[in-house]
Design a protein around this ligand. Structure first.
Ligand code: SF4
Length: 172
């Protein structure tokens, strides 16, 4: 399981797709995982609503369109792991993989990030331009909603790892 976190990112994505193909239906049927995924959906929608209210989509797109702009650089893809990518697949997403722009994160698509569930750093990072444009209350709400989502993601990740561990033990 260590390879889910330490293998090259393309192999983590391949491992996630493999797990989804072999266990996706059973994982989605597990009551704890199903309820955790529903919680992630709800919390991600709340965070998205707050980001829209703060005009972050337009600000981030405008920044990314400038030469040297944007914070989704190539090294950021390394913050993903196979279980996080599996959660994206279980949520019905399809993590993209771009190699056209090597300086950018491999999961950055034409319309922005292709991950519905993002790594911790991506959710926690807010550049100085966002911080300066936002009021204190807006930033507090943003950080609280991101924290709730991250906590839900971590919980589902743990539950999936336990499920896979039990599966592995049964197969021995
Ligand atoms: S937000 Fe998405 S595209 Fe941007 S660095 Fe994070 S994973 Fe990559």
């Amino acid at each position: 399981m260590q390879a889910y976190y330490t293998a090259p990112v393309a192999r983590r994505l391949a491992a996630a797709r493999h797990l989804y193909r072999d266990h996706g239906q059973d994982l989605a049927r597990d009551p704890a995982i199903r309820s955790g995924l529903a919680g992630i959906r709800r919390l991600a929608a709340d965070l998205e609503e707050q980001m829209q209210a703060m005009d972050m989509g337009r600000r981030c797109s405008a920044c990314a369109a400038r030469a040297g702009g944007g914070c989704c650089s190539a090294v950021m893809a390394d913050n993903t792991d196979a279980i996080l990518l599996l959660i994206n697949l279980l949520l019905g997403g399809d993590p993209g993989w771009q190699e056209d722009s090597p300086a950018e994160c491999a999961f950055l698509g034409r319309e922005g990030c292709t991950l519905a569930v993002k790594p911790i750093f991506c959710l926690n990072y807010n550049c100085s331009q966002i911080r300066e444009a936002a009021g204190r209350g807006e930033m507090e709400t943003l950080e609280r909603l991101a924290g709730r989502l991250l906590s839900a993601q971590t919980g589902v990740e743990r539950t999936i790892l336990e499920w896979l561990g039990r599966q592995e033990a049964e197969e021995i």
